[in-house]
Design a protein around this ligand. Structure first.
Ligand SMILES: *[C@@H]1O[C@H](CO)[C@@H](O)[C@H](O)[C@H]1NC(C)=O
Ligand SMILES: *[C@@H]1O[C@H](CO)[C@@H](O)[C@H](O)[C@H]1NC(C)=O
Ligand SMILES: *[C@@H]1O[C@H](CO)[C@@H](O)[C@H](O)[C@H]1NC(C)=O
Ligand SMILES: *[C@@H]1O[C@H](CO)[C@@H](O)[C@H](O)[C@H]1NC(C)=O
Ligand SMILES: *[C@@H]1O[C@H](CO)[C@@H](O)[C@H](O)[C@H]1NC(C)=O
Ligand SMILES: *[C@@H]1O[C@H](CO)[C@@H](O)[C@H](O)[C@H]1NC(C)=O
Ligand SMILES: *[C@@H]1O[C@H](CO)[C@@H](O)[C@H](O)[C@H]1NC(C)=O
Ligand SMILES: *[C@@H]1O[C@H](CO)[C@@H](O)[C@H](O)[C@H]1NC(C)=O
Ligand SMILES: *[C@@H]1O[C@H](CO)[C@@H](O)[C@H](O)[C@H]1NC(C)=O
Ligand SMILES: *[C@@H]1O[C@H](CO)[C@@H](O)[C@H](O)[C@H]1NC(C)=O
Ligand SMILES: *[C@@H]1O[C@H](CO)[C@@H](O)[C@H](O)[C@H]1NC(C)=O
Ligand SMILES: CC(=O)N[C@H]1CO[C@H](CO)[C@@H](O)[C@@H]1O
Length: 724
């Protein structure tokens, strides 16, 4: 082992049994649901970077008329709560161990977080946040009551020591254990909280999702993709299918899922139960092996334990002197961090041809682009090797989208790969390419009901029709198409076969496109003066349809608006929407109308007008929106004559009527998904039932008994295993 200075420090620390905070991993301990040890005691000994107070278990909308959230810390606080207009709330006051503990902990470098959630009570829906407005209100309240003191906030401040001695938590944690009809209120709540601090502040948002990340119905999954989390302490427990005792430990799957989401840069903690025998508990050898494997992952941040009390109760039998948390620290201290690879991402040359280009627009992230185009983030990463593993993208950047699956087939009894290949006239290599990881090299493990992709094409969006367009292109019924040839522009939406006497100008007129666009759609097909058109030559005259499986003619008209052909690196970026200049138009007017600025208009129309924009031509067609900004935008103004040409163009794309059966095939994939999710839900529900037995034994444990003034019944904690 190389004796870098870090190692010697670590070894020295180990030998003296003093465990300093090490760069390789931090510790977060949940605190609040067990025992009576003070908060200050939980921060000691040194080396605990985070204590997360559990829980804010009730949202303001569920606390009667008070408008306060409910908080609950089992045996740690007296049951005295605030009242509003004579109405008792569930917001505890006089919790002295927290009031006194926060400054002690913070003084020694431990950050204090406040966790929202815990076990969800489906009867009372205790922390349901039903609207975006309620989410923002909840955030405002938490920030005012538990954030830094601000005289403008006139609500209660439960953690302040006195009216002059104020405490502030260092961030907010979300342990949301329910899937809601919409995650939007939570996303709004997190955005609102983040709005209170700037990017440089040390306040953080953390979350504690459970480990089955591949389950689309996992609570918090969408929330994490759509809102920005700084740290995720993933609960690798109560879910045996993905915990640390199985080969399917899902740490890397989380990294993959997060790529391209708003939480792409989140640090990941391995969340573990601290109590021996719990579901997901790791004995010393497994713990050591897991940490040695994963602590060097770039995304690794440390270990979270549920919880502080259970850790202190679980002393190492050998030394009788180390809590489970300390054992974790000891192991981490022996691991040499690998130097973070300075992203020298083997800068492969940017692809010379891009079949499905896409320009990143404001608000985009890879996750949402992937959702919109029915592709995956990892496909985007593969297609764009210059991107980092977080899939960080910037507005205006050109992405190459991978082809999307346009047709699926559900495997039936007796099917083999070769049968399927011939059914859809594809090669075995294609079938493999379209279905990475779906079957083995010999194709001996197909399952009846398995859904395979059997055709790919232009990625399409579900985009809803926008009414803002002023597209003036019209199609003529003479635009008959020829389907047979032209593989030159695979993303072409409509073809035209050159007839005797045709000129480029006539063709442009016929299809309402400019000469530049005709060139763009047909790279190399004719010379710059267009003097070498050939009778019978097939030209692309419209870009690909955005909704390729549609057989209705009106929607596929949007082919004109999603120009994405270009097999060459043409000067014009792919266009999402065109506008035909009308008499009197100025660039400024056009910019206003489409909400873009002059630089964007120039970018989208290289060379189309001068820098003062004094040479616009009536009927000149300008691109006013990059591809991807909207999709099916122009259907409203297309004349009925387009029907003929478009329906034929659809067939020229060889999207067979089999696509109908592909729809039903994909719906059967839905049912297989829900089947797998329900099996997971079952195990989750089982563990919920177990956990609610831990502290109070009743499903209604979420409700604090505030009237008695005694010990509140405990909210069933995070995801504990029952005590025998
Ligand atoms: C939460 O609130 C929403 C909106 O009111 C409602 O649709 C949903 O059913 C509620 N969830 C639960 C579990 O009560
Ligand atoms: C205090 O709160 C008010 C009202 O929300 C806000 O305008 C102000 O910026 C806050 N002050 C600080 C220092 O955060
Ligand atoms: C954040 O810190 C960087 C570097 O210290 C500084 O350049 C930037 O202005 C800061 N941003 C804010 C909003 O304070
Ligand atoms: C530790 O746990 C692993 C996995 O659960 C198990 O295979 C192993 O036998 C255990 N080792 C000891 C010493 O208990
Ligand atoms: C206690 O820690 C030692 C190493 O310090 C380890 O070898 C032993 O297996 C641990 N015992 C348990 C029960 O975790
Ligand atoms: C137990 O730990 C404390 C503090 O970490 C230390 O001072 C003490 O010497 C240890 N005792 C034994 C028996 O190792
Ligand atoms: C796109 O459509 C599919 C199927 O109708 C649907 O499952 C998916 O949620 C839609 N995506 C978006 C972003 O609307
Ligand atoms: C099958 O595909 C090949 C190559 O793509 C093509 O030449 C052939 O005409 C196709 N056959 C049928 C029946 O579609
Ligand atoms: C295509 O558009 C039609 C009509 O809007 C819609 O019903 C269909 O779900 C869309 N298909 C896809 C794959 O987006
Ligand atoms: C369709 O085209 C024909 C011939 O160009 C024209 O006479 C007719 O008015 C057009 N129909 C519509 C609805 O535009
Ligand atoms: C859930 O609990 C029920 C009864 O307690 C048991 O029959 C079932 O096997 C459990 N399911 C899982 C997945 O543990
Ligand atoms: C797999 C499948 O359904 N293939 C069908 C596709 O459509 C043609 C005719 O439209 C049928 O002959 C195939 O059997």
């Amino acid at each position: 082992m190389r004796m870098v200075s870090f190692t010697s420090v670590a070894l020295a620390a180990l030998s003296s049994l003093i465990v300093p905070s090490l760069a390789i991993g931090n510790l977060n301990l949940y605190w609040g649901q067990y025992g009576t040890r003070s908060l200050a005691e939980a921060c000691a000994p040194d080396g605990v970077e985070y204590i997360t107070l559990a829980f804010v278990y009730e949202s303001p909308e569920n606390d009667g008329t008070t408008g306060y959230p409910g908080i609950e810390f089992a045996g740690h606080c007296s049951g005295v709560t605030y009242s509003v207009n004579g109405q008792a709330s569930n917001l505890l006051k006089d919790c002295t161990t927290i009031q006194e503990g926060i400054p002690v902990c913070q003084a020694q470098g431990t950050k204090i977080l406040l966790s929202i959630g815990g076990v969800f009570n489906s009867v009372t829906a205790n922390y349901n946040v039903s609207t975006v407005e309620n989410g923002r209100y909840f955030a405002d309240f938490l920030w005012g009551a538990f954030g830094p003191y601000n005289a403008s906030f006139d609500g209660p401040r439960p953690f302040d020591i006195s009216s002059t001695e104020h405490n502030s938590v260092d961030g907010f944690d979300f342990d949301i254990e329910e899937v809601f009809p919409s995650e939007a209120p939570w996303v709004a709540m997190i955005d609102q909280l983040r709005g209170y601090w700037d990017a440089n502040s040390s306040y953080i948002i953390t979350g504690a999702p459970q480990c089955p990340v591949t389950d689309a119905t996992l609570p918090m999954r969408d929330m994490i993709a759509e809102a920005q989390f700084d740290i995720l302490w993933i609960q690798f427990y109560n879910n045996p299918e993905c915990d640390g005792t199985t080969d399917a430990f899902s740490f890397d799957a989380w990294v993959e899922f997060l790529s391209g989401t708003r939480s792409a840069h989140a640090t990941l903690y391995i969340g573990l139960p601290a109590e021996a025998g719990s579901s997901g508990y790791l004995n010393y050898s497994t713990l050591s092996s897991i940490l040695n494997t994963y602590a060097t992952r770039p995304a690794f941040g440390g270990v979270m334990l549920w919880d502080s009390y259970l850790s202190m109760e679980n002393m190492n039998a050998t030394s009788k002197n180390e809590s489970y948390a300390q054992v974790v620290k000891q192991i981490l201290a022996t691991i040499t961090p690998t130097p973070t690879p300075t992203t020298t991402a083997v800068s492969s040359p940017s692809p010379t041809s891009c079949t499905y280009p896409y320009i990143v627009k404001a608000g985009d992230d890879c996750y949402n682009i992937a959702l919109e185009y029915n592709i995956s983030v990892s496909q985007i990463l593969t297609q764009n090797p210059e991107l980092d593993s977080f899939c960080d993208i910037t507005v205006g950047e050109l992405l190459c989208l991978p082809p999307a699956c346009t047709e699926t087939y559900t495997v039936e009894s007796g099917n083999t790969c070769s049968v399927i290949d011939s059914m859809f006239n594809i090669t075995y290599a294609q079938l493999e390419e379209y279905n990475p990881g779906e079957f083995n090299a010999d194709c001996t493990n197909l399952n009846v009901g398995q859904v395979l992709c059997v055709a790919v094409g232009a990625p399409s969006t579900n985009g809803t029709a926008s009414t803002t367009t002023t597209m003036t292109t019209s199609f003529s019924s003479t635009s008959t198409t020829s389907s047979t040839t032209s593989t030159a522009t695979p993303s072409c939406g409509e073809y035209y076969t050159v007839e005797s006497g045709d000129t480029c100008y006539e063709i442009d007129e016929l299809f309402g496109i400019t000469f530049a666009e005709l060139q763009y759609l047909n790279p190399g097909a004719f010379n710059t003066d267009c003097t070498n058109l050939q009778l019978g030559q097939v030209l692309c005259v419209a870009a690909v349809a955005s909704n390729t499986t549609s057989t209705t003619t009106t929607t596929s008209v949007s082919s004109t608006s999603t120009a994405s052909s270009a097999t060459s690196t043409a000067t014009s970026p792919p266009c999402g929407e065109y506008y035909t200049v009308e008499s009197g138009n100025t660039c400024y007017e056009i910019e206003e109308q489409f909400g873009i600025d002059f630089a964007e208009l120039e970018y989208l129309n290289p060379g189309a007008f001068n820098t003062e924009c004094t040479n616009l031509q009536v009927e000149q067609v300008l691109c006013v929106e990059p591809l991807g900004a909207t999709s099916t935008t122009v259907s409203a103004t297309i004349t009925a004559n387009s029907t003929t040409s478009l329906s034929s163009s659809t067939s020229s794309q060889s999207y067979s009527s089999n696509s109908t059966s592909s729809l039903s095939a994909s719906s059967s994939s839905t049912s297989s998904l829900s089947a797998s999710s329900s099996s997971w839900t079952t195990s989750w529900i089982n563990s919920t039932a177990i956990s609610s037995g831990t502290t109070s034994g009743t499903p209604s444990s979420g409700t604090t008994n505030s009237s008695g003034g005694g010990k509140p019944t405990g909210t069933a904690p995070c995801r504990p295993k029952s005590q025998a």
